[in-house]
Structures are given as C-alpha cells and as structure tokens.
Design a protein around this ligand. Structure first.
Ligand code: FAD
Length: 400
C-alpha cells in the first residue's frame, strides 16, 4: 500500500493519520477535509468555547512528523472503487488511492421553516452563537438532548432568558429513556431555564418557533439540537453498503454491496461518527456518535487497513457537562432488564445502573467519577455484580 487518502479532518481523521504513521506506514498520506481549519476537538464547543473560556480547540498534532498532505477546505464529492483501490473525486481534483479511510463524521439535523436557526457542530458556528449569548437575549433551544442541555447551561450562564423545547416527555429521553432522563428535568429550573416537554415544533420562522399544536414561542435566537446524521451523499453510487452509517465489520472494513464476508473491502475503512460497526460484544451494529470512539477506534481501523488483525470491542463511553454537573455514561442499556439507583437523584451526586440479571450493562453517573471508573472495568470484564451491594452508594462498584 503506498497511497492512502483520509477523507474527513475531525478527530477520527487525524487519529487515523497518526495511527497509520505510528504503525510504520511510510507511503503517501493525504487528508482531505471540508473545513478550512486544522482538525479540532468538538466537545469544548458547547462548553468552554460557548462560555468564553476557550477559543481554540485545535488537536495537538505534529503535522511535519506525520508527513501528510493537508487538503483543507476541500470536499470529497464522489468515490469510484476499482478491484483494489480506486479514486476519490474531490473539489481538489481526482485523488487515486490504494487505501481509503472514510471519516466524514456527521451533520446536524435541522428543522423545517425559513427562519434563522443555529446548529452547533463547527468552531465557526460556536463562535457565532457565542456572540449572540448576551444578557437578556431570548434563546430558544429545540431539543433537550446532550447538546441542548449544554447550550442551555452556557446561555443561562450569560444571563440569557433560556427556554428549552423538547418533543418527548423528559430530557435525554432518546439517549437514556424517559424514566432515567426525567431525573435531570429539575436541573433546568435550578439554572433558571424554562423546560417545556411534550412540545412539538412545526417550523422555525423569523422571530421564533411555530408549534405543531398551534401557538408560537418568540425568540431572538433559535438553536436546534435534535441530533445528527452522517452525511454520506458523496458515497452515493460507490457500491459501499450504507445504512444510516457506512456499514463495517468489527475492524471497520467497509462492505461493497452486501453484508457478507466476501464483500469486505480490505482497502476501505470507515470510522468515527459516520461508521456503523459490528460489535461482537453486543451482537449488533453500533453507531456511536461520541468522542471516545473517534479517539480510539482509528487505531483499529488503521491496523485493519495495513492488513493486521485488530477488532474494536470497547463498551461505549461519553460524558456531558451540564448545569454544573459532570455526567458520564458507559456501556449500553438497549436490552437491559432493570435499573438500580445508587444514591438519591434529587441530590447532587448519584448513579443509575442498568442490569440484566446480575450483569452490569451500563451506568450513568452524576458527579460520581469513581463509580464510572469502577463500573467501566466491570462492564468491560462482563463479570457479575451483587445488585444489593450495587444499590448502596457507599460500597464500591465491583464484581460479586
Ligand atoms: P467530525 O468531528 O464530524 O469530523 C468530520 C470532518 O469531516 C468534518 O471536519 C467535516 O467537515 C469533514 N467532512 C464531512 N464530509 C466531508 C467530505 N465529503 N469531504 C471532506 N471532508 C468532509 N462527545 C462526547 O463523548 N462528549 C461530549 O461532551 C461531546 N460534546 C460534543 C459537543 C459538540 C458541540 C459536538 C458537535 C460534538 C460533541 N461530542 C461529544 C461528539 C464528538 O465530538 C464526536 O463524536 C466527534 O467529533 C466525531 O469525530 P469524527 O472525526 O468522527 O467526525
């Protein structure tokens, strides 16, 4: 292999470049990214950058040592696969490759309507939104998910009049389920933020929102935080199997056509927010739009591209900082049987655990980082826990 193209200059893209060089790949390496910035971290955008505590989140990478050609501000527009290798069509011209890393991330979903709405994905969007978070401004945020809660935190901190509108009956209902998410609802009022659940938005108009059931909410700024989707339009017609994300095996190798071992492309990997990878741990495909995957998975993808054996089998992990709390989650509760609380959710620090039998599937910790670390270990090992001991916040999370 002597010509690798990495498409997408987010964290997964830069980590793929670093991993390829770290594993001894000496051939040509080109990173194509639609953004004109060097790769940067996104988690601070809705935290320190909005709060005004940081303005630059560029990833600390030694580009000279990495010997990568950077095509910034250039977009891949198409992909043609040959028997082995192929060509990426781009705004910088045709880029032939014999190894390809797809790391194009995701783009925010927007609401219907012709009124102005902010989304938060890029540093430019974060700086623009920050300039509008001024005292007294009426900021209406659609979506009480991770991003919505963090933007509400920053806006309330700036003295804005903040309303969060959520279609479900509780914040974070999509990510955690309504029962778990409901424990976070009081945090909004505690920060002076109005939370309106069960409210569906019809469209964004100049000056605010029009609601599905009639009525409107006036706003100086509307911020939409209703989720993201991989932007895979440049892969249309390439023959790669796409289903919400680029479908891959547990080593992030993409399939051409059907999901059968014979269709795997050893020369094409997809990683980060755009990849729907097979998890042997969970026996299903996962599409995890979180920083930890973008940080760690490219090492496996790079190994696979270089023909080495490597499988990604980590349990998902992410964090969020909202309303003065550090919220962390590890594992997957999609098929869990029940929940166990450690501590009182009306208090400052508590943990929620999801179990199936005596197996710990997942935890949500609120200002209990020690629980998170201990639970992550147990989840990774798959060892049983004592559910009674787990319910006691004074007993460490450990195997039975
Ligand atoms: P991205 O970061 O989206 O990078 C993809 C890059 O590819 C972009 O630069 C894009 O412009 C470029 N691109 C797209 N299409 C093309 C094309 N056709 N040609 C060339 N380039 C293209 N995760 C957590 O775990 N905890 C957090 O607290 C947290 N906070 C977040 C806060 C914000 C505001 C955001 C936006 C995300 C947050 N995340 C958080 C999620 C985390 O940042 C993402 O999971 C991570 O950035 C994914 O990295 P990626 O490289 O896969 O994709």
């Amino acid at each position: 292999m002597d010509r690798v193209i990495v498409v997408g200059g987010g964290l997964a893209g830069v980590r793929a470049v670093e991993s390829l060089r770290g594993k001894g790949y000496e051939g040509g390496l080109t990173l194509v990214s639609a953004e004109r910035h060097l790769p940067y971290d996104r988690p601070p955008l809705s935290k320190a950058v909005l709060a005004g505590d940081s303005d630059d989140t560029t990833v600390d990478a030694d580009w000279d040592a990495l010997r990568a050609d950077l095509l910034l501000g250039e977009r891949a527009t198409g992909l043609r696969l040959d028997g082995r290798g192929g060509v990426v069509a781009s705004t910088a011209g045709d880029l032939p490759f014999d190894g390809l890393v797809i790391a194009t991330g995701a783009v925010p979903i927007t609401l219907p309507g012709d009124g102005p709405q902010h989304v938060l994905r890029t540093i430019d969007q974060a700086r623009d939104l920050r300039s509008r978070l001024v005292e007294g401004a009426r900021i209406v945020i659609v979506g009480a998910g991770w991003i919505g809660a963090e933007v509400a935190t920053a806006a309330a901190g700036k003295g804005c009049a903040v309303t969060v509108v959520e279609a479900a009956d509780a914040p974070l209902a999509g990510a955690l389920g309504p029962e778990a998410g409901a424990h976070t609802a009081p945090w909004y009022a505690g920060a002076g933020v109005e939370l309106r659940t069960g409210v569906k938005v019809a469209e964004v108009r100049d000056g605010g929102l029009v609601l599905a059931g009639g009525g409107r909410i006036d706003a100086d700024e509307v911020v939409t935080g209703v989720g993201v989707r991989p932007d895979l339009s440049w892969l249309d017609g390439s023959g790669l199997l796409l289903e919400r994300g680029v479908v891959t095996d547990g080593s992030f190798r993409a399939y051409a056509g059907t999901e059968e071992p014979g269709s795997l492309r050893p020369d094409v990997v997809a990683v980060g927010d755009c990849a729907a990878w097979w998890s042997a741990r969970y026996g299903r495909r996962l599409l995890v739009e979180h920083w930890d995957v973008a940080l760690n998975a490219p090492d496996v993808a790079a190994a696979a591209l270089l023909g080495q054996d490597a499988v990604y089998d980590a349990a998902p992990y992410f964090w969020s900082e909202q309303f003065g709390r550090m919220v962390q989650y590890a594992g997957s509760h999609a098929a869990s049987e029940r929940m166990v609380l450690r501590g009182d959710p009306s208090g400052r620090k508590w943990t929620l655990a999801w179990l199936t039998g005596d197996r710990l599937d997942a935890v949500l910790t609120v200002d209990r980082p020690r629980d998170l670390v201990q639970a992550r270990r147990v989840i990774a090992a798959g060892t049983p826990v004592d559910p009674g001991a787990l319910a006691d916040p004074d007993v460490p999370v450990r195997q039975a």
